[in-house]
Design a protein around this ligand. Structure first.
Ligand SMILES: Cc1cc2nc3c(=O)[nH]c(=O)nc-3n(C[C@H](O)[C@H](O)[C@H](O)COP(=O)(O)OP(=O)(O)OC[C@H]3O[C@@H](n4cnc5c(N)ncnc54)[C@H](O)[C@@H]3O)c2cc1C
Length: 385
């Protein structure tokens, strides 16, 4: 189903092909018809999470012992790719699946896994990760949210912002300082179930230029009392290492979003330039259109080969931080360039919201910012020089 003439990547097995068919059907039939309404209301419907759970699109990496399908990141990659190829960019499922769930799979105790994973698979729990604060974005060590021991409990205090799934999430991985004087070594992650918890408040759903169907929000924690076993990891102070271990997967995931959207941009633009006539001929007949699309297709093909290479390496446990950062920075930059060129080929219609390329133009921009800005990606790559 790709506009690129590449063979199936080696990591794509038979069961992944079946998964991609059922994911595509789900996004086209259950999500696409509602997408405009979701954009207007600023979030997807709560029940789409339960339907995604019933269709087997949540928690692919969760082992069977905890109610999951026992898949791998390859399953997450396929689901993410299909969601974005179908234009369901604002649904926070990929973040839930490939960013939040792995923290519990990798660092949760047996009891924590049993408590949370089955409900993350069913969609009863919607995940979010709260790292960013008004004063701490790129510089994660500057986090000021604290978690102080209080007997068998911790008291969490602080404010987070820009949190994806912030209005709907009811399981939030919160980055805190258990020892503010200890720098990175004083960072700890807590899993906070927010249903019926005192002191937790959601702020505004933020007014963004794109990804309008996602409920990106501020979150406030005022003396939120969580049990000691909400801490992720056997002891305090492991949070920074846990984040550093998981961030390559997050960055690869964003490169996969971007790659799928590049394919979608080329698909919708090819359809458009073949049907729109100017000076009595379809826009595709102008040599400029052909050259523009030939360049875009070439660059997209190079990008796809690299993204598949990164997926392969990640599945073998060999994707390093710098290579994941290259994928995130380069493919998200390329996405913005290609979508801009595709929009230009639509003429004035490209600027009209009813054309998919217009929304893609708005939605794509954030990818160069979140998950670590592209400048931070270059800082990480530069460390290997
Ligand atoms: C729609 C959206 C969804 C998001 N979802 C989440 C989420 O779910 N969870 C979460 O925790 N966060 C989330 N974020 C936050 C996102 O990760 C941060 O916005 C991002 O990391 C940048 O931080 P900042 O906005 O504070 O920018 P700043 O850190 O203030 O950066 C400002 C500028 O300075 C540059 N800069 C900073 N440091 C350096 C440096 N060392 N060298 C060169 N340039 C530098 C940056 O690249 C940028 O251009 C989301 C953001 C958005 C917009």
């Amino acid at each position: 189903m790709s506009v690129l003439d590449l063979p199936q990547p080696a990591w794509m097995s038979e069961d992944l092909v079946l998964l991609s068919d059922s994911a595509r059907r789900f996004f086209l039939e259950e999500c696409a018809p509602h997408y405009e309404r979701w954009e207007a209301q600023g979030s997807v419907d709560r029940d789409i999470w339960l339907k995604a759970g019933q269709t087997g699109l949540l928690g692919a990496e969760v082992p069977e012992a905890y109610g999951g399908p026992g898949g791998s990141f390859a399953h997450d990659a396929v689901i993410t790719c299909e969601a974005n190829r179908a234009g369901i960019d604002g649904w926070g499922g990929p973040l839930h699946n490939a960013i939040v769930v792995p923290y519990i799979v990798h660092y949760g105790s047996e009891e924590q896994k049993q408590r949370w994973l089955p409900r993350l698979v069913s969609g009863e729990l919607i995940g979010a990760i709260a790292m960013t604060e008004p004063g701490a974005g790129s510089d994660l060590q500057a986090v000021r949210t604290t978690a102080k021991r209080d007997g068998n409990h911790y008291l969490i205090n602080g404010a987070k912002t820009f949190i994806t799934n912030g209005q709907l999430a009811n399981l939030i991985v919160v980055v805190t300082k258990t020892d503010p004087a200890a720098g990175a070594r004083g960072t700890s992650l807590f899993v906070v179930e927010t249903d019926e918890i005192d002191g937790f408040r959601r702020g505004r759903s933020l007014d963004k230029i794109g990804l309008k169907a996602n409920d990106t929000s501020e979150l406030f924690f005022e003396d939120v009392r969580v049990p000691g076993d909400a801490l992720l990891g056997a002891q305090e102070g492991q949070g920074f290492v846990q984040l550093m271990q998981q961030l390559p997967q997050e960055r690869l995931l964003i490169a996969i979003y971007a790659m799928a959207r590049i394919e979608r941009a080329l698909t919708v633009t090819l359809d458009y330039v073949k049907s729109r006539k100017v000076f009595g001929q379809p826009v595709i007949e102008f040599q400029n259109s052909q050259f523009e699309l030939a360049e875009c297709k070439s660059e997209a093909t190079v990008a796809k080969v690299f993204v598949d290479h990164c997926i392969e390496r990640h599945l073998q446990g060999r994707l390093d931080t710098a290579t994941a950062s290259m994928a995130k920075y380069w493919v998200t930059d390329l996405q913005c360039k290609i979508i801009d060129r595709c929009l230009q080929l639509h003429g004035g219609y490209g600027y009209m919201n009813e054309y998919p390329i217009a929304r893609m133009y708005r939605d794509a921009r954030v990818e160069r910012i979140y998950g670590g800005t592209n400048e931070i990606m270059k800082v990480l790559i530069a460390r290997t020089l």
